[in-house]
Design a protein around this ligand. Sequence first.
Ligand code: T3D
Length: 261
Amino acid sequence: MTYGTILYDLSDGVATLTLNRPEVLNAFNDEMVREVAEAVKAAERDAAVRCLVITGAGKGFCAGQDLGALRARFERVSFREHLQQTYNPIIARLRALEKPVIGQINGAAAGAGLGLALACDLRYAAEGAKFRMAFSGIGLAPDSGTSFFLPRLIGYARAYELAATNAPLTAATAHAWGLVNGLFPAEQLAAGVRAIAVKLAAAPTKALGLTKRAMNRAFQMTLDEALDYEAQLQDIAGRTADHHEGVAAFLEKRPPVFKGE
Ligand code: T3D
């Protein structure tokens, strides 16, 4: 499929979605929203995709809503409707995608762009990247899942401070606070993330997907419910070819070859 505002590439089981409006730090217009949603759907449906990487072209990751486009629709569209048709389904679909999703944060991530980064399972950032809530800077409240993910990742006080002051968070502090999993010098980020993604794409995909489902649900569960849910999911994982391969490989003292089945 050909896209106008993103690039989409699949190799070695890794799909890479590159936001491609570098002149505005990959801010979202309606076309990019539509294309990102389509690409995430395509990654979900394609069994050949076993890991998804999201990154930005140029010096930014994603600056959130394109403010020029936002001003053009002032007063004409309800924010609630717009969010329900644009960012909300993308964030929900990424969280429900039962394949590892990596945010390759090459530069600034702000507003809905921060939401996109936070919806990923793992985040690796360039040392010069920065994160900004951005909403209070333009008199808005958080959206795109940022009020959900940020306090869970870094704690309420830090999250509220970032939202209220709109101060930028450096990649180093984000790493120290557990918001990003690792840092790379800018010129090594793509290769570093690629190596991690290729490894994850060769892992038992169904088991990684069930892991994501279990951990997502566990936030809303009691321990007893979580134990029961884990047992249910293990019934599914235990019937996969990859489980049988993993056990056979261990007993035969050889590396496993997982097929994601
Ligand atoms: O219903 C709804 O749609 C509501 C949904 C809202 C979701 C949201 O995302 S609201 C938040 C929107 N985003 C922002 O307010 C972020 C605004 N941008 C910034 O705060 C900063 O640009 C960054 C922190 C992201 C990066 O700073 P810096 O210093 O690295 O770059 P810069 O110089 O500010 O920006 C570079 C260019 O990108 C610049 O254009 P120019 O001067 O080179 O022609 C700038 O105008 C442009 N740009 C950056 N962000 C946006 C943008 N253009 C349009 N929309 C943007 N969001």
